[in-house]
Design a protein around this ligand. Structure first.
Ligand code: SAH
Ligand code: SF4
Ligand code: F3S
Length: 454
């Protein structure tokens, strides 16, 4: 019996890469005639786009999935899909754990969703996790925002940080061509998008797998070259990129960012640890001295640049003294924001089987101490905005106060001010900052910039 399946719901876990994949998969489902349902319990197709970076991310997926698997017993035509990084990691094993599943698909297969669903509707249970060459996206993504958009530039990661599952689940690096990236950005510009974030797990690796070498012997297509190539796309007023790896962050890239007016003065460069011995065991390939030099160079060219990063506490064998080196780095650099996490052993990664694991108590104690320091330092960093006039790109209404709108400064600080979203959405507004908090700002609008696209 084939009842028409009409509504879909996607729940997305994890990083921006997953969010971008979800938007493309939603686009495919809408092209197939499905409509979005806000309530998962009203949907006939349920897709979980999953993350396995830490154990708690993975466990969350199983608890969501358990509930929908039960529902399937009353509604057999419900289609249940697990996509993303847990799907890639577990593969067939997921079917043994949750036999109600119809489709298990790794991140490299996101653009093949229609094809895979067709096999499901033909009556098969499908597992698609073999490594493939990612096919160029031909669908229209259903973007969650009308103002800011993500554009993938490189998939996968060739690093082998000893704690990390990403290379196992996302495969080897695959760069899109500069032409494909620019074409997507031009379309976004035409549709009225004002900000684009270029995405990659290790975005500095962009172009290494594309053919072409310059007379000086460097790769013809680097992230720096890409920025020059796309910065004048009409309509796009701001360009960001993430995530950067300290090992490959060059002065040439920093100069390009300083020179190109649309590239925003915010850099997300995870350092993971402030201790050289720990960095070595993480196989990160740089020292804390090198990290400090990068930040100094950024600040030499762009004194007001915002710096954010990721850090892990409680890596196997980390001593109190080594942890304090992380605290010291955080203090010395003065981060605007820092994503912190307690180390979580992941299947298939070298560090997970080392015998010098730390206790949960030590890890959570260190996490708390680091978070406390981060909040203090972020509040100090926010102070510099007081009384200044900042350009804010308005993204949305403040969900907690409908008389206000919210957006971001070029340096990525969330900013709220009184205004009507219908008038201001997608506008660049000069805002005088009158109140500062650790991770956000408040102010009054002084001028709305009319953007004339050429
Ligand atoms: N490609 C980026 C980060 C990818 S994962 C980079 O190289 O920096 C996002 C963040 O999750 C990492 O920066 C790291 O801080 C954290 N992370 C990754 N594996 C982890 C693990 N096993 N336990 C705890 N945190 C982890
Ligand atoms: Fe993971 Fe390291 Fe690759 Fe980042 S660079 S995704 S931390 S392996
Ligand atoms: Fe998670 Fe996969 Fe991103 S493991 S952090 S969703 S690459």
């Amino acid at each position: 019996m084939t009842t028409p399946r009409r509504h879909y719901h996607i729940t997305t876990f994890g990083c921006q890469m997953n969010k971008a994949d979800s938007e493309r998969m939603a686009g495919i489902l809408e092209d197939m005639g499905f409509e979005w349902s806000e309530d998962p319990n009203q949907a006939d197709v349920i897709l979980y786009n999953t993350c396995t970076i830490r154990d708690n991310a993975e466990q969350k997926v199983y608890s969501y999935l358990g509930r929908q698997a039960k529902r399937k017993h009353e509604q057999p035509d419900l289609t249940l899909i697990v996509a993303g990084c847990v799907a890639q990691q577990e593969g067939e094993a997921l079917l043994r754990r949750v036999p109600e599943l119809d489709l298990v698909m790794g991140p490299q297969h996101a653009n093949r969703l229609q094809d895979l669903l067709q096999q499901v509707f033909d009556g098969n249970q499908v597992v698609a996790t073999e490594p493939i060459h990612i096919i160029e996206d031909i669908t229209k993504p259903r973007r969650d925002s009308k103002v800011t958009a993500w554009v993938n530039v490189i998939y996968g990661c060739n690093e082998r940080c000893t704690y990390c599952v990403v290379p196992n689940v996302r495969g080897v690096e695959q760069s899109r061509t500069p032409e494909a990236i620019r074409a997507e950005m031009e379309e976004l510009g035409r549709q009225g998008y004002k900000e684009v974030t270029l995405l990659g797990q290790n975005i500095d690796a962009y172009g290494r797998d594309l053919p072409g070498v310059t007379p000086e012997g460097r790769h013809q297509h680097t992230l720096t070259d890409l920025l020059y190539y796309v910065h004048d796309v009409p309509g796009v007023e701001r360009i960001r990129f993430a995530t950067s790896h300290p090992r490959y962050f060059t002065e040439r890239l920093i100069r390009a960012c300083a020179e190109l007016p649309k590239v925003c003065e915010h850099f997300h460069i995870p350092f993971q640890s402030g201790d050289n011995e720990v960095l070595k065991r993480m196989a990160r390939g740089y020292t804390h001295e090198k990290y400090r030099r990068i930040i100094n160079t950024i600040r030499k060219y762009m004194p007001d640049a915002a710096i954010s990063a990721d850090a892990i506490v409680g890596f196997p064998g980390e001593t109190e003294e080594q942890f304090e080196n992380t605290l010291k780095l955080v203090k010395d650099i003065g981060f605007d924001q820092l994503n912190t996490a307690a180390y979580s052993p992941r299947p298939g990664t070298p560090a997970a089987v080392w015998d010098n694991q730390l206790s949960e108590e030590v890890k959570s104690d260190r996490l708390q101490r680091l978070n406390h320091l981060v909040a203090t330092i972020a509040a100090e960093r926010s102070q510099r905005y007081m009384g200044r006039t900042e350009e804010v790109l308005v993204e949305d209404q403040n969900p907690k106060d409908k008389t206000q709108v919210m957006g971001r400064t070029r340096t990525n600080r969330l900013t709220f001010f009184t205004g009507d979203i219908n008038e201001l959405k997608g506008k660049l507004v000069k805002v005088r900052i009158s109140e500062v908090r650790a991770f956000s700002l408040m102010g009054e609008p002084v001028e709305v910039r009319e953007v004339v696209s050429v």
